[in-house]
Design a protein around this ligand. Structure first.
Ligand SMILES: C[S@@+](CC[C@H](N)C(=O)[O-])C[C@H]1O[C@@H](n2cnc3c(N)ncnc32)[C@H](O)[C@@H]1O
Length: 207
């Protein structure tokens, strides 16, 4: 079956609403802390999000962080952070700094509430903005749950990160940049890459 994320925007919205009606999806929605008071009244996104919000199930989050060996000293970015579950989990594993960015102010408010509830506010930052404009230069790990075309758009920026930076993506690959590892968790696929040395990265971007 096509993932709801791969459909055109109106169809994606319809698919998401259908998914939300399913008990499993509702359970996923109910697990983190509730949205912050006033979140519903948050301002509109600066522009339409490139992909709708669908949270990564917690067991898949754990597998993503396992694959990337997230631990003490890491600097983790989740691009399109939704309710902040990945950056919260990274901080709980000892990440020195974890940054989530989301373009949707409602998600940002929800993520900030979840960061506070988890008591990891000293190491987690939630920023409102466009993931394509984020400075990722200090990242040791980047996590993604976006769309195939968004992964491809991000690829040159990811390949320009420090060699050795770990990239992990839920559901979608990077086209010709073959993953070092692929893992299945509860029917979901997780992909893992390591940014190669500069010369190899240049060969992959053609620059
Ligand atoms: C599929 S959800 C993934 C949420 C979270 N990373 C997870 O795995 O649970 C994608 C998120 O990206 C956000 N988003 C979409 N376009 C964006 C953009 N250009 N900049 C920042 N966030 C964006 C959406 O608002 C949504 O919360």
């Amino acid at each position: 079956m096509m993932s709801p994320l791969t459909l055109p925007f109106p169809a994606r919205l319809a698919a998401l609403l259908a998914a939300l009606a399913a008990p499993a999806a509702l359970a996923q929605q109910a697990s983190p802390a509730p949205p912050a008071a006033g979140a519903a009244a948050a301002h509109k996104p600066a522009r339409e999000p490139d992909v709708i919000y669908v949270p990564t199930p917690e067991r898949v989050v754990a597998a993503m962080l396992d694959l990337a060996h997230v631990g003490k000293g890491d600097v983790v970015y989740d691009l399109g952070c939704g309710d902040g579950r990945i950056v919260v989990a990274a901080a709980k594993r000892g990440a020195r700094k974890a940054v989530g960015v989301d373009i949707d102010p409602e998600r940002v408010a929800e993520a900030r509430a979840n960061v506070r509830a988890a008591g990891v506010g000293d190491r987690v930052q939630i920023r409102e903005g466009d993931l394509f404009e984020m400075d990722l230069s200090d990242a040791t790990v980047v996590t993604l749950y976006l769309l195939p075309d968004l992964n491809l758009k991000l690829k040159p920026k990811l390949l320009a990160l420090r060699p050795g930076t770990r990239i992990v993506s839920h559901a979608f690959d990077m086209g010709e940049w073959k993953p070092a590892q692929v893992r299945q968790v509860d029917g979901k696929t997780v992909y893992f890459w390591t940014v190669p040395p500069r010369a190899k990265a240049q060969a992959r971007t053609g620059r």
